[in-house]
Design a protein around this ligand. Structure first.
Ligand code: NAD
Length: 366
């Protein structure tokens, strides 16, 4: 049953990690290391069953392969899940035991933060292994990736505007931004700096107030965001917001935002295309976060990070070209770009040692 699944989706290795004393139950999935060591975050979640945890880690690790490949990184795809409640089950022992398992893979898998995990948890993991990104800046880490993700989203937006309207004048157009968290508010700031008209919504009233008072945005209701007359719909909160109910209401010509898994399913992706809307594939647009942490592998450099974010523009342009070349929706074109890159670059057979982490410049304290 498990091997059947691994066969179907092409995973290389799945590691079940258990330490009774530390209360650790975790699974590390390495999907593909053709381009380089597998990088992807660790998620801590109170999964209802072990099967749910396994399904999640297999799905997420495969997603990382595609995301990292499209981002142009010499990095493969992996992910880890820890079964437990982040509110009650965290301990030093748990994360150190987990770190030992990461270390045992010798750099084939490099971890980072994900849902339920913060920079303090990573400090414990880092005591046991160097194969960690997203550690605190004092250890040579890159800090909060959200401003980079927002800047990367702006690059994806400019490529989308160019494709759809033939210019990149962000300020000429109007935007419906859903979600004003770490990424959303930074994105609003970038839009405002370019003089754009912005509609915003969030379940958190304080965040909405800030967008209105600091960035002159117009607040609309949680459900109203789908009806506003904006050129671009920008999901920056949850996944699945482009669905059967919302799509007929959207008047935007472009869907471009930072949220993960924006399309409820593939059929919706096809429908978006049929309606003549341009969908900027989420994992290509929001790659700023993973690009940023990937730079920790060679020694973090902020300038290099900003430069890297700008490549998102070209990645999106390439996706739109493939979509036209092959007559397929953009969400499929993104997958195709990833698969082509893995195939072609994989043939060059970079010695793994060259792509392997060196983690220079780190001050590693025990
Ligand atoms: P966040 O938790 O800081 O912000 C999410 C915001 O969405 C919050 O303000 C929340 O109140 C709001 N929200 C939740 N449900 C809502 C709803 N129904 N309607 C309106 N607003 C709602 O998260 P974030 O780090 O800003 O990430 C936003 C999205 O971008 C997520 O989907 C995340 O997976 C994705 N993403 C983030 C990064 C990053 O660097 N932080 C990188 C890649 C992808």
């Amino acid at each position: 049953m498990i091997f059947e699944h691994l066969d179907k989706y092409g995973h290389e290795q799945v590691v079940f990690c258990h330490n009774k004393d530390a209360g650790l139950k975790a699974i590390i999935a390495i999907h593909n290391t053709v381009l380089g060591p597998a990088l992807g975050g660790t998620r801590m979640w109170p999964y209802k069953s072990e099967q749910d945890a396994l399904n999640d880690v297999l799905r997420l690790s495969r997603g990382m392969t595609y995301k990292n490949a499209v981002a142009g990184l010499n990095i493969g795809g992996g992910k880890a899940v820890i079964i437990g409640d982040p509110a009650t089950d965290k301990s030093e022992a748990l994360f150190r035991a987990f770190g030992q398992f990461v270390e045992s893979l010798g750099g084939r898998y490099i971890t980072a933060e994900d849902v339920g995990i913060d920079v303090n948890d990573m400090e414990f993991v880092y005591r046991e292994t160097e194969y960690v990104t997203g550690v605190h800046q004092v250890h040579g880490g890159s800090g909060d990736p959200s401003p980079f993700t927002a800047y990367g989203t702006l690059q994806g937006l400019m490529a989308s505007l160019n494709k759809k309207f033939g210019d990149e004048e962000v300020g000429k157009y109007s935007y419906a931004v859903q979600g004003l968290g770490h990424v959303g508010i930074e994105f609003v700031k970038l839009l405002k700096e370019r003089g754009a008209k912005i509609f915003v919504t969030d379940i958190n009233k304080e965040r909405v107030d800030r967008a209105v008072s600091e960035y002159g945005a117009e607040a609309v209701g949680l459900d109203e965001i789908y009806d506003v007359d904006a050129d671009v719909y920008s999901p920056c909160a949850l996944g699945g917001t482009v669905n059967e109910d919302t799509l007929p209401r959207l008047r935007a010509k472009i869907i471009c935002g930072a949220a993960n898994n924006q399309l409820a399913n593939n059929e919706i992706g096809d429908e978006v295309e049929k309606r003549g809307m341009l969908y900027a594939p989420d994992y290509a647009v929001n790659a700023g976060g993973v690009m940023n942490v990937s730079l920790e592998i060679d020694g973090y450099n902020r300038e290099r990070a900003m430069r890297m974010m700008r490549t998102i523009y070209h990645n999106l342009t390439r996706i739109f070209e493939i979509s036209e070349r092959d007559g397929i929706p953009t969400y499929k074109a993104a997958d195709r770009l990833a698969e082509e890159r893995i195939q072609i670059i994989g043939k060059l057979k970079l010695p793994l040692g060259r792509a392997a982490p060196r983690f220079q410049g780190r001050v590693r304290g025990h």
